[in-house]
Each structure stands twice: as structure tokens, then as C-alpha cells.
Design a protein around this ligand. Structure first.
Ligand SMILES: *Cc1c(COP(=O)(O)O)cnc(C)c1O
Ligand code: SF4
Length: 356
């Protein structure tokens, strides 16, 4: 094997892969050998939250399949523009938790920094799709405000780097931020919420591993994968590299109608995550964000689905079914329920998207 030394001036490979992501609906459909004229539902080519998906993630989609669970997470549908009662712009109540410098402080002991609005992928169900990033995120120029806030509250012992995707920032910036956070004595843990190791596993390179090994902190990396089909060998290698830094590795997923709302999909996801060294943490009920109503799974069905999953798996492979509400002191964990006899928990729920 030829090992090349990293030149400090050469931009890392992941940055070009990030820039080369697919951004056109027609290109995506061409790559998947799907004929737009045959689309089973109207596609929105002009969505204000445009299509974006890394090519390596497209490679994991099944060609010729409109129902592919990875494709459905990224393809903009006409349906998203139809307003649905109860589906809001700020469904989780981020607004009142906003603090100076792009900090969200909602729960005791933990504060979250929105570092960027950028993501490698645009997930159609994203609850931050309408978030006012340009005014509210912790841009480099506002770090001092954020750091002052964190320094002033000695109850905060964990900082969560979030976004957008915090790992879409270059390592130089992240290294600088970690060094500044390390100066705050009451911080013990640094947590990163990121989908990049899943959708662009090349992001987990040597440079990333090196600052993740800062021993000042205990590290928790929470990745975001919704389906076992996302977890191929490239992702396995990335997660292995994260584990080798000593970080605790967890996964959060969103329960999505037609994508992962079956017993088989959930069991396969948990089993595959474990093979790759990650434990399932949360399975979030969909936040009721405008444009995502067609992904919603009925709460009772979700609880019975997780009852079936709990009946099949060891407890440590059953994610907590969680719902976020505006004024709660923690995320609300919903109990599992036992399915009724003959209830088909292995068929997708939800209305199929309207046919064109
Ligand atoms: C989800 C969330 C957290 C973290 O909650 P945990 O239950 O510790 O995972 C922290 N802050 C905000 C604003 C959140 O939305
Ligand atoms: S990666 Fe996360 S923040 Fe970015 S669009 Fe997807 S769900 Fe939203």
C-alpha cells in the first residue's frame, strides 16, 4: 500500500466529494435509471429546500426502484408544498431556547451549538429545514459570545456540536473550537450530532481522528442512520475509525412512514449498527415540520411497532422512542405497547404519495 503524507495546503478529499454531490433531480433519476415520465408521484424540481445527496449515498440506492428507502429520504415531492394543519415551521420550539452566539439551551447540563446550516445531504423530513440559520447559527465571528455563555453557566457539563452538520466544517475550525472549549473547566463531555459518517464516510479521515483524540474530553459521537441499507462497507470503515479514537458511538434515527416503519427494517437497522460498533440511542417520532406530513407514523402504531421490536431484540438494541416537545425538561420517551393479534406490523404504514 502506498501511503501519502498529508500536505497542509492540499484540501482533503472529502471536501471535493462534498462539493460534487448530486443537486439535480434529473441527474439523480438518470443515475438510478428511473424515467421521470414514469414517476408514481409528482416531483418538485424547484423546492426552496433543494435536492442534495452525495454520490456515494446514491450508489447505495437500488436502481429502478421508486420505493427505495434511501431515495425516498432525499427526493423532493410536490406534496411537500401542501400545507398540513398542525405542521409548523418551528415544531420543536427551538425559538425560546436560543441563547447568544448560536447556542440552544433547552435541557439541564447540556447546551447545543448550531455551528452551521450546511449539510452534505438534504433529508426531506428534516425538522430544521426552515430554521433561520443565517441569523441563528454560531458563525466563527460569534464564537466568543457562545463561549462566554458556556463559561458563565457552571451547570453545563456537556456541549453538543450540531447544525446542520458540524462535520461539514473544516478540521482547522473544529480544532480551534475544541481548543477554546477545553479552556472551560466545567465541561466534561463533547458530543457531535452528525450524519456525515453515514452519507459521506470519507469525512472520517486522519485529520478528523486526530482532533477527536483530544483527551481533555470524553467524546460521544451520535450518527444518524435510518436504514440498514445505508450501512455499507465504506460506512463500516468510517465507524471503525471513530471507535478507534475511543469515542462512544451511538445512532439516532427518525421513524419514517414507507422507509423504516416495519419490524424488519428496525430489527435489521439495530443488528447492523451493532455489527459496526454503534448502539441505537433514539428513534425519533417525526417532528411536525411543514412539508413532511407524508412521513408521519401514527404514535400508537409506533409504540406497537417498538413493542414487536423489543420482543425480538436484546434491550440494548432497542432504541428509545422519543418525542420532542416545546416546553418539556427532557425528550419524552414513549413506552412500547404490545401489538394486537393479527396486526400487520411488517407492512409499511402511511398513505402512498398521490399518483400523478
Ligand atoms: C436533543 C437535544 C439535546 C440532547 O438531549 P439528550 O436527551 O441528552 O440526547 C440537547 N439540546 C437540545 C436543544 C436538543 O434538542
Ligand atoms: S443531515 Fe440532519 S440536519 Fe442535515 S438535512 Fe439531514 S436531518 Fe437535517
Amino acid at each position: 500500500m502506498i501511503t501519502r503524507s498529508i500536505s497542509p495546503t492540499q484540501p482533503p478529499r472529502w471536501q471535493s466529494l462534498l462539493a460534487q454531490g448530486v443537486q439535480g433531480v434529473d441527474e439523480l433519476l438518470r443515475l438510478l435509471r428511473l424515467d421521470p415520465a414514469q414517476a408514481p408521484y409528482p416531483i418538485d424540481r424547484h423546492s426552496p429546500f433543494p435536492l442534495r445527496v452525495p454520490r456515494g449515498f446514491v450508489d447505495r440506492m437500488r436502481p429502478g426502484d421508486w420505493a427505495d428507502p434511501l431515495l425516498r429520504q432525499v427526493l423532493p415531492l410536490g406534496q411537500e408544498a401542501i400545507p398540513t394543519a398542525g405542521f409548523l415551521l418551528d415544531p420543536v420550539g427551538d425559538g425560546p431556547s436560543r441563547r447568544p452566539g448560536g447556542v440552544l439551551h433547552k435541557y439541564h447540563g447540556r447546551a447545543l451549538m448550531i455551528l452551521t446550516g450546511a449539510c452534505a445531504i438534504h433529508c426531506r423530513y428534516c425538522f430544521r429545514r426552515h430554521f433561520p440559520y443565517s441569523e441563528a447559527h454560531a458563525a466563527r465571528s460569534r464564537w466568543s459570545e457562545a463561549l462566554a455563555y458556556l463559561r458563565d453557566d457552571a451547570n453545563i457539563n456537556e456541549v453538543i456540536l450540531s447544525g446542520g452538520d458540524p462535520l461539514s466544517l473544516p478540521d482547522e475550525k473544529l480544532t480551534e473550537l475544541v481548543a477554546a472549549l477545553a479552556e472551560i473547566p466545567h465541561l466534561k463531555r463533547l458530543r457531535i450530532h452528525t450524519r456525515l459518517p453515514i452519507v459521506l464516510p470519507e469525512r472520517v479521515d486522519e485529520r478528523l481522528s486526530s482532533w477527536l483524540q483530544n483527551r481533555r474530553f470524553q467524546w460521544v459521537i451520535v450518527v444518524h442512520s435510518n436504514h440498514a441499507q445505508e450501512l455499507d462497507q465504506t460506512v463500516a470503515a468510517a465507524l471503525m475509525r471513530i471507535r478507534q479514537t475511543g469515542a462512544v458511538l451511538l445512532n439516532q434515527a427518525v421513524l419514517l412512514a414507507g422507509i423504516n416503519d416495519t419490524v424488519t427494517a428496525q430489527v435489521d437497522l439495530s443488528e447492523r449498527l451493532f455489527e459496526l460498533g454503534a448502539l441505537p440511542y433514539y428513534l425519533h417520532l417525526l417532528d411536525q415540520v411543514q412539508g413532511a406530513a407524508h412521513f408521519e407514523v401514527d404514535t400508537e402504531r409506533a409504540q406497537r411497532l417498538m413493542g414487536e421490536v423489543a420482543a425480538r431484540l436484546p434491550g440494548y438494541l432497542v432504541p428509545r422512542l422519543a418525542r420532542e416537545a416545546a416546553n418539556d425538561p427532557a425528550k419524552r420517551i414513549l413506552p412500547v405497547r404490545w401489538a394486537q393479534a393479527h396486526e400487520p406490523m411488517d407492512e409499511y404504514s402511511g398513505e402512498p404519495p398521490p399518483r400523478r
